[in-house]
Design a protein around this ligand. Sequence first.
Ligand SMILES: NC(=O)c1ccc[n+]([C@@H]2O[C@H](COP(=O)([O-])OP(=O)(O)OC[C@H]3O[C@@H](n4cnc5c(N)ncnc54)[C@H](OP(=O)(O)O)[C@@H]3O)[C@@H](O)[C@H]2O)c1
Length: 246
Amino acid sequence: MSTEKIALVTGANKGIGLETVRQLASKGVHVLLGARDIVKASAAAQPLIASGLKVEPIELDVTNSAHIASAAAMIQAKFGRLDILVNNAGIMVEAVDWAQNTTIDVTAAILRQTYDTNFFGTVAVTQALLSMVIKAPAGRIVNVSSIMGSLLFHAKPDSPIYDSKPFAYDSSKTALNAFTIHLAHALKGTAVKVNSAHPGWVKTEMGGAGAMLDIAEGASTSVELALLEADGPTGGYFHLGKPLPW
Ligand SMILES: NC(=O)c1ccc[n+]([C@@H]2O[C@H](COP(=O)([O-])OP(=O)(O)OC[C@H]3O[C@@H](n4cnc5c(N)ncnc54)[C@H](OP(=O)(O)O)[C@@H]3O)[C@@H](O)[C@H]2O)c1
């Protein structure tokens, strides 16, 4: 078996996902760049491929079961394993700014739409690819969460996010954090490590121009967790190398 690592990053046509692809590929990883639109995936991959990186576009809307099945079949046929899965795709659709509390008015449709991508889609992609991650010698799964998923920070009046409460987004990331803990437990006794990442508040379409971190720093937590050594943590929640409270 080749020693080259194979990675898949979802939601990778722009923002933190695209930069995660670039950083992993720059470290010699062969990266599948997932996007819900293959035209966008190819356009995002093209300059990386032109600069000599091993990047392959792949069509993957994480809410589309046919896309998930064909991505799984392609990875199985071509590589037979998946060393790194970065579940990066995510949406925040309910609020015009982050300083809103949407809890009283958010509709069931928006809750479902948000959970479909941020939670159900991530779980479905992971379950479909899990046997291939287990087959890799040192499988790594990174669930790109957010500090906004931290129940402890939401409950503490002196926390930096106390007055920022888009309920659908926040609770979808809390659910994703539960997936991290449960999956890490289910994989005890295997070489696979599963962790949640908080990228920071990052200058992307979602984070906005006023965010604190540039995209390179925003992708670094995902990249670090994707490349953890054998003595690294599993079942944790991290930002720039430091643990966050659940
Ligand atoms: N930016 C921040 O400050 C920040 C902070 C904490 C956590 N995060 C998390 O970091 C991750 C990346 O965020 P970002 O800031 O890079 O956001 P972004 O610039 O809005 O990019 C989000 C990416 O996810 C993709 N996506 C959305 N729905 C999808 C689906 N159903 N299937 C596949 N891909 C889908 C988007 O594709 P399209 O282009 O097709 O829409 C896009 O490529 C998200 O999970 C987000 O919650 C971000």
